[in-house]
Write a protein that binds this ligand. Structure first.
Ligand code: FMN
Length: 219
């Protein structure tokens, strides 16, 4: 018999619960996050897997109100451009709330650090592995936040060079996410995009192949 490394039923249930109940939040209360709680969430990000342990990410905690306003303006500019690029869906896109930067307790800008090419392990043939590693860190933070009752929203609509300039980021760094973190009145029952009729999660069956590309699994 193999050793039983399994968690207890209650612990397993808690893991799946946080996965299914995590939501991308855009509506926040302004109540502050306690410093030790924020530290726990950042430590969760810190414990995410990263290729070759390169930890290619940095989080900038944006505390200055003017910077927060500046980020909000950049997102608003990109929101309008995205709406235009959507042509016939422009009007319905404009009704979506795609960020909560001015309302949330904490704004964290997550980015890839500079000098990533010196990390050969894992990244030589697939430079995207740095981005994958950052995504793991963000997801850890997201799940930990949900478990602690805090909401997080991932905002990706911004011109990267403008965010870089605003936050004094090095030339070879790259901002990836503006993360809105904070207390919420309630968590959405379903993903907001689904609630608003914009899009829905695709069926798992269409996303899993067997052996060869485009070959559906026999189940
Ligand atoms: C890489 C990434 C970028 C995203 N960027 C945005 C964004 O700019 N604005 C937004 O409203 N939601 C954004 N989202 C949230 C997705 O729309 C959301 O995760 C999806 O609708 C599923 O909802 P759920 O996270 O609540 O399950 C982003 C999510 C990811 C993973």
């Amino acid at each position: 018999m193999p050793a039983n490394h399994r968690y207890s039923d209650a612990d397993i249930a808690a893991v799946y619960r946080v996965i299914y109940e995590r939501r991308d939040m855009r509506h926040f209360l302004s109540d502050p996050i306690a410093p030790d709680q924020l530290n726990r969430l950042l430590a969760a990000a810190h414990h995410a897997p990263s290729v070759g342990f390169m930890q290619p990410w940095r989080f900038i905690r944006v505390r200055c109100p003017d910077l927060r306003i500046g980020l909000h303006q950049l997102v608003e500019q990109e929101r309008l451009l995205t709406a235009k690029a959507l042509h016939e869906r422009e009007d319905s896109f404009m009704k979506l709330k795609v960020e909560g930067i001015l309302d949330c307790a904490e704004v964290l800008v997550a980015g890839l650090c500079g000098q990533r090419e010196k990390h050969v392990f894992g990244r030589r043939t697939l430079p995207e592995m740095d981005l994958a590693s950052l995504s793991c860190a963000i997801q850890n933070l997201w799940l930990a936040a949900r478990a602690e009752g805090l909401g997080m929203g991932w905002v990706s609509m911004f011109a990267p060079d403008a965010v870089k300039a605003l936050l004094g980021m090095p030339a070879d760094s790259h901002p990836v996410a503006i993360l809105c973190l904070g207390h919420v009145a309630t968590f959405y029952e379903q993903p907001l995009l689904e609630q608003e009729g914009w899009a829905a999660r695709q069926d798992l069956d269409g996303l899993i192949f067997e052996n060869f590309w485009d070959t559906p699994p026999c189940r």
